[in-house]
Design a protein around this ligand. Structure first.
Ligand SMILES: [Zn+2]
Length: 192
């Protein structure tokens, strides 16, 4: 692959919009290369149909899964999504709510362990006016924070370089994720 052959962002589950001030350059990449051209394809519905490596998925539960954001605000930025294509939190079932909560807790523990995260921003943007990039499919952001992190955010122009780094992060997080037997039964992992 030559250096200019960046992977299409449409192939990843990603949310480009929140924290726009920190990550505006990637929004341009995102809009230019992917999602807008494939509006019919929901990235959060398609991601679980592919391999964990391909889709940057770090863990699969029964009702929800955890995936790296292609456009991280910080290294280790995860998204917790129900498999079901629902737009807002009030439409999630009790089972989905519980598992999203459990997966979020596990994500915090794993990121603290793997990346020495010192703090987190956790939350959901609801609706376009609420800042959701993929407003049609519910997703919870889990953004690890590190001391002084806002000072060294690089502006990485090449998507290829970003996805390479994300692959490394995915491997580390997936490896540290507790297995079904050691985690809550709510996070048992069926086969892909
Ligand atoms: Zn969807």
């Amino acid at each position: 692959m030559d250096d200019t052959a960046a992977e299409s962002s449409a192939d990843f589950a990603a949310v480009p919009d929140a924290f726009q001030r920190l990550w505006t350059p990637h929004r341009a990449v995102y809009v230019g290369q992917g999602q807008s051209a494939n509006d019919d394809d929901c990235p959060f519905c398609s991601a679980p149909t592919r391999s964990d490596d391909e889709a940057l998925i770090v863990a699969r539960g029964r009702h929800a899964y955890v995936v790296l954001n292609l456009f991280p605000y910080n290294p280790g930025h995860l998204l917790v999504c129900p498999y079901r294509h629902v737009a807002t939190y009030d439409l999630a079932t009790p089972d989905e709510i519980v598992e999203i909560a459990h997966l979020t807790q596990t994500a915090m523990r794993v990121l603290t362990d793997v990346s020495r995260a010192q703090g987190f921003n956790i939350g959901m943007n609801q609706g376009r006016v609420g800042g959701a990039g993929i407003a049609e499919h519910l997703h919870q952001h889990v953004v690890p924070r590190y001391g002084g992190d806002s000072n060294f955010f690089p502006i990485i122009a090449e998507t290829k370089a970003v996805t390479r780094l994300l692959g490394d992060v995915r491997d580390a997080v997936a490896e540290a994720w507790p297995t079904a037997s050691s985690a809550s039964s709510a996070t048992a992992s069926p086969a892909p």
